[in-house]
Ligand binder design. Structure first.
Ligand code: S3P
Length: 736
């Protein structure tokens, strides 16, 4: 081991504790360090002559300041054996590669360039920590001529101490590290120096416990090491410093000009990014963020549902509030916003396109609108998670921008049909690319002149209708859409709320381009789609009596109430009122013996998201329930016909899927006290509504229902388990 600092000593200490090394010979310029390492048992021997120290070694670990590497290589050269593998731990790889080429030859095969992403502001033999690399990343940057045996040896030596090893190109490593490590160290040193030189320095250091301490901890690192890193990676360090200086000057100007919106924009974007990093770091240092922990529900039999409560805000309205608020002139205040992952994906997309959005904080969001033509190109692909509404509505809006946008989503969204929005947009003159079969990712090319069209919707879909209408804001002339059956009309209502003229004539909606959106305030009602689970739960659980407060009862959404009433449900709609153009009410539900019906097809689009819950109601009814005309259910977050039928069958219910619906034989004939469902495992296909529906089934179950993969409940209903348990359910969420 060459150089007895924290990094090398921690690695060797870890290897020793794993029993992976035979004899360790140390070398350091400092005799005291070598003696200390020998005394503490870290090394077995040392030499003051480097060429002797490395003789007959299997592996030489070079852990010295970057600019000392070349001299060290020259000094050890006479003693290097033909088989010896070498590696280093430096924070810059380009300069070490150049040193190796200069001293050992351009194609030297046994030097493996490495860099552990771990450290501490502490240094020296005494600070060595055998656990320093556990679950930390180590980046190896092998070159074309690096020998496979050498790479495998170094890789296994890192894995032995618990590190996650990754490989990267040398130049890419130096670019990434300049931004993530070198610049922050440079700023910390510079800030401390500036403050220490100021007249007030005594005051500053007296009160240095706050931001100063957090921001500058790394300025206590080794100056020699960092001097070397800044010079060895000069090009990349200067490049990222210039970028930072430019952005800092921008922030300075905004403060000088009292441009509080711009300042808020920088701060909110930074906070969101930092919160995101915190989550990643909390789970595991420097690990891919995209894997959501899996959550299963254990839903045990429960009694009645009682109480008066409010479910979270409407998802459809929350999405639209961000979209139209962002494109309006002025500041829009939203209350009751759904803080679920789907609507947050829309919010983040608009932040990525330069809109300053404050919150959400307890459902309150403040959007500083940029006007219809004020969006900026996002720096990256817009990642929309599980949210089909985000992708389809945004596709329409993006078609009208003068920049290109790519949109992607999670595994479920990546399977959903996007041809249904790409087709009409192409008719309007947009250029839209999809992956095979019209699936995401979706690329919408900017700067294409859109032409207004008339579009007859081939399916009853509010998302497609909204997509075309939103593109119509940017299309020459008039855009109109005719729908085969009424679908939710939140886009039309909210456009009117923002002062935009929309004409509705029977099943046809018309819009002209050239108008403007004017900021307004939006009170988002509770989501009837979330309320639906409790409507079903209270209906099927004997002795239940609940009131759901402030629920949106837009006539295009109340299919679930109509259907439950037709099945004999005991539902009262109370205190009807209107907030911001949307009707709301409190809904009281008491248990009732339901009966099976043939669900009227005209109710299907009005209850399209509520069928998973209604399938559970049907299983508890007396007699058969038949659903037809609902083929759209097969292309939701999962194939909801199949997922629900499979789940019901797993719990002992006689249910059968058909092409456009299902037949369910209700088991409620024995009276409300009888269990309907057995225990069993439910495969949700990561679909939030499948998970929540089967949670309600536990109210009439004989045993525990294990519901798999429920993490996506957070897309539409954060706090579902807590609220449900308060109302009388008995659900345990288990991280799997
Ligand atoms: C939605 C429309 C519906 C619905 C979805 C939300 C909307 O989708 O299922 O959850 O906000 O416009 P379709 O338009 O595909 O029916």
């Amino acid at each position: 081991m060459v150089g007895l600092g924290l990094i090398g000593c921690s690695w060797v200490k870890g290897l020793r504790s794993q029993g992976c090394v035979g004899e360790v010979v140390g070398y350091d310029r400092n005799l005291d360090s070598m003696q200390e390492a020998l005394r503490t048992g870290l090394i077995d021997d040392f030499s003051t002559d480097l060429s002797l120290a490395v003789q007959a070694s299997d592996l030489v670990i070079i852990s010295v300041p970057i600019l000392a590497v070349r001299q060290v290589l020259e000094d050890m050269l006479p003693g290097l054996a033909a088989e010896t593998v070498l590696t280093d731990v430096g924070s810059v790889k380009g300069s070490v590669a150049a040193d190796v080429a200069a001293v050992l030859g351009a194609d030297f095969p046994r030097f493996v360039l490495g860099h552990p992403i771990a450290g501490s502001e502490r240094s020296g033999v005494a600070a060595a920590d055998e656990h320093l690399y556990v679950r930390h990343k180590v980046i190896l940057t092998p070159q074309a001529h690096t020998e496979a045996r050498a790479l495998a040896l170094v890789k296994s030596a890192w894995q032995a101490v618990g590190a996650d090893v990754e490989e990267m190109m040398v130049a890419h490593h130096d670019e990434v590290l300049a931004a993530t490590s070198h610049l922050p160290h440079l700023l910390a040193y510079s800030l401390v120096d500036t403050l220490a030189n100021s007249h007030e320095n005594k005051e500053i250091f007296n009160y240095a416990a706050g931001g100063f301490r957090d921001f500058t901890r790394i300025a206590a690192s080794s100056p020699v090491m960092w001097r070397d890193i800044f010079s060895a990676n000069k090009g990349q360090v200067l490049k990222t410093l210039d970028l930072f200086s430019h952005d800092l000057a921008f922030l300075r100007a905004a403060i000088e000009q009292d441009d509080t919106t711009t300042v808020m924009g920088v701060l909110t974007r930074a906070k969101v990014a930092r919160d995101h990093f915190s989550k990643i770091l909390a789970r595991r240092a420097y690990v891919d963020p995209m894997k959501t922990a899996s959550v299963n529900y254990l839903a045990s039999p429960a009694g009645a549902l009682t109480g008066s409560f409010r479910v979270p805000g409407d998802k459809s309205i929350s999405h639209r509030s961000i979209m139209l608020g962002s494109l309006a002139n002025g500041t829009t205040e939203v209350t009751g916003f759904l803080e679920g992952e789907d609507s947050l994906a829309t919010l983040q997309a608009f932040r990525d396109m330069g809109v300053v959005i404050e919150g959400p904080h307890r459902g309150r969001v403040t959007i500083h609108g940029v006007g219809l033509h004020g969006l900026q190109a996002p720096p990256n692909t817009l990642y929309l998670g599980n949210s089909g509404t985000s992708m389809r509505l945004l596709a329409g809006l993006m078609a009208g921008q003068d920049f290109d946008v790519e949109m992607s989503g999670d595994e479920s969204l990546s399977k959903r049909p996007m041809g249904r929005v790409a087709d009409p947009l192409r008719l309007m003159g947009a250029v839209v690319d999809t992956a095979e079969g019209g699936r995401p990712p979706l690329k919408v090319h900017g700067a294409n002149k859109l032409q207004g069209i008339h579009y007859d919707l081939p399916m009853a879909s509010a998302q497609v209708k909204s997509c075309v209408l939103l593109a119509g804001l940017y299309a020459a002339g008039e855009t109109s859409v005719t729908e085969p059956a009424p679908t939710r009309d939140h886009t039309e209502r909210m456009l009117k709320g923002f002062g935009y003229d929309v004409q509705v004539d029977g099943s046809t909606v018309r819009i002209q381009s050239g108008g403007e959106l004017t900021a307004t305030n939006i009170d988002v009602p509770s989501d009837i789609s979330s309320a639906a689970f409790f409507m079903v739960g209270a209906s099927i659980a004997e002795g239940s009596d609940i009131t759901l407060e402030h629920v949106g009862i837009n006539p295009t959404r109340i299919g679930v109430i109509n259907i439950l009433k037709a099945m004999g449900g005991n539902i009262e709609v109370l205190n009807e009122r209107e907030v911001g153009g949307e009707p709301v009410a409190d809904i009281r539900i008491r248990s009732a013996q339901l009966k099976g019906i043939h669900i009227p097809e005209d109710q299907v689009p009005l209850a399209i998201d509520e069928f998973p819950a209604l399938f559970v109601a049907a299983a508890c009814a007396e007699g058969e329930t038949v659903l037809t005309g609902a083929e759209e259910l097969r292309v939701k977050e999962s194939d909801r016909i199949q997922a629900m039928v499979d789940g019901l069958v797993a719990l002992g219910v006689d249910a059968r899927g058909t092409e456009d619906g299902a037949r369910i034989q209700g088991k409620g004939g024995q009276g409300m006290a009888e269990a309907v469902f057995g225990s069993g495992d439910i495969v949700t296909h990561h679909d939030h509504r499948i998970a929540m529906s089967f949670a309600m089934a536990s109210l009439r179950a004989a045993g525990v229902i294990r519901i798999l993969d429920c993490a996506n409940v957070a897309t539409s209903f954060p706090g579902f388990v807590e609220l449900s348990n308060n109302a009388g359910l008995n659900i345990e969420a288990k991280e799997g």
